[in-house]
Design a protein around this ligand. Sequence first.
Ligand code: NAD
Length: 456
Amino acid sequence: MDNIKGILNNQKRYFYTGETRAINFRIEKLKILKRAIVKYENEISNALKIDLYKSEFESYATEIGIVLDEINLAVKKLRKWSKPLRVKTPITNFLASSCIYSEPYGVTLIISPWNYPFQLLMAPLIGSIAAGNCSVLKPSEYTPNTSKVITKIINESFNEEFIAIVNGGVEVSTALLKEKFDYIFFTGSVLVGKVVMEAAAKNLTPVTLELGGKSPCIVDKDIDIRLAAKRIAWGKFLNAGQTCVAPDYLLVHKDIKKELLNAIAKIIREFFGDNPKESHDLPRIISKKHFNRLIEFLEEGEIIVGGEHDKEELYISPTIIDNVTWENKVMQDEIFGPIFPVLEYNDLSEVITMVNNYPKPLAVYIFSNNKQVQKRILHNISFGGGCINDTIMHVASSYIPFGGVGCSGVGAYHGKASFDTFSHKKSIVKKSNVFDVALRYPPYKYKVKLLKKIFK
Ligand code: NAD
């Protein structure tokens, strides 16, 4: 792993030349990245098709398009974001002005997973470039074709001393984590998130952890059933359920359960046809390991839709399982596949107690037209983010920060939040020499009374 040390030393040296700090430099590099992505758009799409059997539409909507959108916003807003922010100065600091400067951390490490292998490496990279850092990228080893195109884009567009890409599996990640980076941005599982945080703690390196968890989809009785069914099924089966913010399980009011499940079953047929295996719009499971893990979930509860699978093709049909309990395997961990267990409730208090009994979710989806219901859930359950009457779409906005809380993550990004995440906020008080308040200097003997008056 001498190569890693070499890359890091070169990047550190390059960072201190100050070149990456210039706003024009950052904007130019973002534009270069955009041009390369547009140039290789078809190759990215094809690679995603081979790695995950993603349709061209899904690849553009959830990977390429979202990244281009983030670049466009950063290019447009970077001058504004990077301006020192003048803030108020308290009377105790008389006579002075106060400013918050956004400065790059230095050399950042970005580690990404396989489920949105293009977007989840590129979106943080945009933040890192915008903030003026050098970056080392470690894509997932499970999507080799996408990683190959990304490697081509990065190597053709940038010098290694500015942005380097290191391919490989756990051993490469482990070697990278032994080094002292100035910031680590990790997207992946809760389990590996803990490994990353532990490694970062050894060097006191700040981290963002974009993790996962079980995100409930809560459906009240007061809704438009067909519309809700459509939005829920879309969010659940997008990327065959291999989405960190996918509705993990359904928590539905018992009065409308039957009707909602029938509606979701109908929508699944409309989306993917009578035989979803023949659909070009249903991605495959990433690996045999995940396939085997998922089909074990089919052994408990009552399958009311789907349940078909094919190991050779790593195919699992969109599946709904009713009569599930929290003791079942499917409810132990994040599902991360096209399997949707159903739990019912009678009263909203049960929902709140139930969800709060488990680690804080990355997302919660609330389907209800009742404002009181919406409010109660928002006020009583802590979670990363989510939607009211929709699924997933909060991730698709560059204007709101995206991230988890508790076990579902630390920190957030997207849009300006990405710039902020990759910038250290340096607070500076600039003092005037014209005037000097004597109060703070010893001897203090008679000054305490005045001090108390000021702070009252
Ligand atoms: P993962 O944690 O297994 O792997 C993520 C990255 O970490 C990969 O690059 C991998 O090579 C590396 N890695 C694996 N084991 C490691 C170790 N022991 N030490 C250091 N590095 C290691 O995750 P995954 O299976 O690729 O992705 C699925 C998970 O990611 C799910 O839990 C999902 O919820 C989560 N996820 C979260 C978000 C988010 O934005 N919050 C987005 C997508 C996926």
